[in-house]
Every structure is written in C-alpha cells, then in structure tokens.
Ligand binder design. Structure first.
Ligand code: FES
Length: 111
C-alpha cells in the first residue's frame, strides 16, 4: 500500500459534501458521508459522469447524471446496475488526510 497525504485537516469536505482532489496528476473524490471520510474514483462507470456534483444517501454515493448509486463501503452499484466503483482506504493522521493505493494497482495504471 502506498499512502499519499491529500488534504490538511481544514480542507476535508464538510458533512455530506464531496471534493475532487488530484493525487499525482489523477483525480479522486473525497466524500464526507455523515462525518465518515471515503475516497472514490471520480468518474461514474455508467456513462462517465463526474461524482463532484453528486450527493450521499443512505451510505451510497449518488451520481448526478442518471442517479446510479454506489455503496461507499464496498463500491458496489445498487441492485440491477451490475457495476462498481473503486473505493480507496483513508486514514486521518495528525497532519491531515491520507489515501492509500495498492502498489500493484498503482504501478499498473500510473506506473
Ligand atoms: S453517468 Fe453516472 S449514472 Fe449515468
């Protein structure tokens, strides 16, 4: 696992909001759902909508384009969608928020 500091504590999105950040040139969405922080891929697998304009509902991230839903814990799409999004582990440390990426995933995509 490779960890990146992505935000200072003061920059973490407020409850039920989403912020897009760039990690080494790539976009990731930081989602605050009921004061729990998640990191997800930024584009919806359905038709490429950006999650930045989306919102949270019942632990799911809702895409603003066609309202597909993705579980923030597992990344799974709602029943019938047959898709999923990448969820990356987050860690709140003394100096801010960190997001972890699998080494194999990282080097395969962004090597
Ligand atoms: S692009 Fe996200 S639901 Fe269609």
């Amino acid at each position: 696992m490779r960890w990146f500091k992505v935000l200072n504590k003061a920059q973490i999105p407020t409850i039920d909001s989403i912020k897009t950040i760039t990690v080494d040139g790539r976009q990731v969405c930081i989602v605050n759902n009921a004061d729990k922080i998640f990191a997800t891929q930024s584009y919806c697998p359905h038709a490429g909508g950006h999650f930045d304009g989306g919102w949270c509902k019942n632990g799911n991230l809702i895409c603003p384009i066609h309202r597909y839903e993705y579980n923030l814990e597992t990344g799974r799409g709602a029943e019938g969608q047959g898709d999923y999004i990448n969820i990356y582990p987050t860690e709140l440390r003394e100096d801010g928020l960190y997001v972890g990426f699998e080494e194999s995933w990282w080097s395969k995509l962004w090597g």
